[in-house]
Design a protein around this ligand. Structure first.
Ligand code: F6P
Length: 357
């Protein structure tokens, strides 16, 4: 008999359901008796005891379904130890729900913040397994996160569509791709769609270099330029500011996002028209791509095996093509960023792609 709890926390993505299905299918094959409790809206459900006993019906037909059947919410890690507005101790409340249901393990699907909270629960003595979700691909200790490939497809499609209209009108287009802290999604979607300039949070840009790259294309007779710009792209000047100073700047910001500021700078410098396209949350929506369906089926099955082995306190990662149990204590709180000197960036540069540096 196994009694497990499940929750999906943080920003959603395309393959959360596929991953939960993988876990439940794997467990159903190995356990005679299985109870799965689904907590609604992430950690909130665990804190406030909002859950339901799920049946195999709940997991049927969800491999291809985006979003999460459990709902999700952001519960910042830094507030986990802060009592709620009624003075409730959230960590104690989560432990009580866990013990009341007599759970063997909690399967927690989420990104970096979610992983830190999962590790906190592990430190508090609960059995947890974490599955690495995020379109940002920034979880340390796994080669890839689920959601990433599906989001690349969407961001790439968006840039592909912009390409044809940019060419018709001889315009400069900025496509803003999700990713405040890391640029994996922008890098992959940018290369996949043939973007001319790719700006990432990890490589502060120089507006001079960006302008030169556009002018170089004009001189070569190319009437249009496509920039793939991460939400967290930052200029060399802004990168020199302290965190506090940068936050202060953003407080009085007149632009909806960094792409609009960049567009403004380019327009003023080059006397050209620039359009900004923001695919935004579409990048997290729709059906998971086949790669993510396979990834989640494998991670789910491996999570089920870890539960059967009673080997808890791990993230189930994908490392060199194999699933791997990675201790949460080794990875929680670490971020996997793009190395500006990595081979992929060098190769992209050798093809003439500008990173604005
Ligand atoms: O972490 C996933 C992510 O989609 C980021 O790429 C993006 O910056 C952020 O979430 C958006 O958050 P929200 O859905 O809260 O607006």
């Amino acid at each position: 008999m196994k009694r497990i709890g499940m929750l999906t926390s943080g920003g959603d993505c395309q393959a959360l359901n596929a991953a939960m299905r993988g876990v439940v299918k794997g467990l159903s094959e190995s356990c005679n008796e299985l109870e799965v409790y689904g907590f609604f809206e992430g950690y909130k459900g665990l804190i406030y005891g909002n859950y339901r006993l799920l049946t195999s019906e709940d997991f049927s037909g969800i491999l291809t379904k985006g979003g999460t059947i459990l709902g999700s919410s952001r519960q910042p890690f830094k507030l986990m130890r802060v009592p709620d507005k009624n003075g409730l101790d959230k960590v104690e409340a989560m432990k009580q729900t866990y013990y009341k249901l007599n759970l063997d393990c909690l399967v927690i699907l989420g990104g970096n913040g979610t992983q830190k909270s999962a590790n906190l629960l592990r430190e508090e003595g609960l059995h947890v397994i974490h599955l690495p979700k995020t379109i940002d691909n920034d979880i340390y200790g796994t080669d890839v996160t689920f959601g990433f490939q599906s989001a690349i497809n969407i961001a790439t499609d968006a840039i592909d569509c912009v390409h044809t209209t940019a060419a018709s009108h001889n315009r400069i287009f900025i496509v803003e791709v999700m990713g405040h802290k890391v640029g994996w999604l922008t890098l992959y979607a940018g290369v996949a769609s043939g973007a001319d300039i790719i700006l990432l949070p990890e490589i502060p840009y120089d507006i001079e270099r960006v302008s030169e790259a556009i002018e170089k294309r004009s001189r070569a007779g190319k009437g249009f330029t496509i920039l793939a710009v991460a939400e967290g792209a930052i200029s060399k000047e802004d990168a020199k500011l302290s965190k506090k100073e940068y936050k202060e700047k953003l407080k009085n910001y007149k632009f909806p996002s960094v792409s609009y500021e960049l567009a403004d700078m380019i327009e003023k410098r080059l006397d050209v028209e620039v359009r900004v396209v923001v695919p935004g949350h579409t990048q997290r929506g729709g059906s998971p791509c086949p790669y993510d369906r396979v990834l989640c089926s494998r991670l789910g099955a491996a999570a089920a095996q870890a539960i059967m082995d009673e080997d808890y306190g791990n993230m189930i990662a994908m490392v060199n093509g194999n699933t791997k149990r990675v201790p949460l204590g080794d990875v929680a709180g670490k971020l996997k960023t793009v190395n500006p000197h990595c081979q992929m960036i060098q190769e992209a540069k050798s093809m003439g792609i500008s990173f604005g540096d």
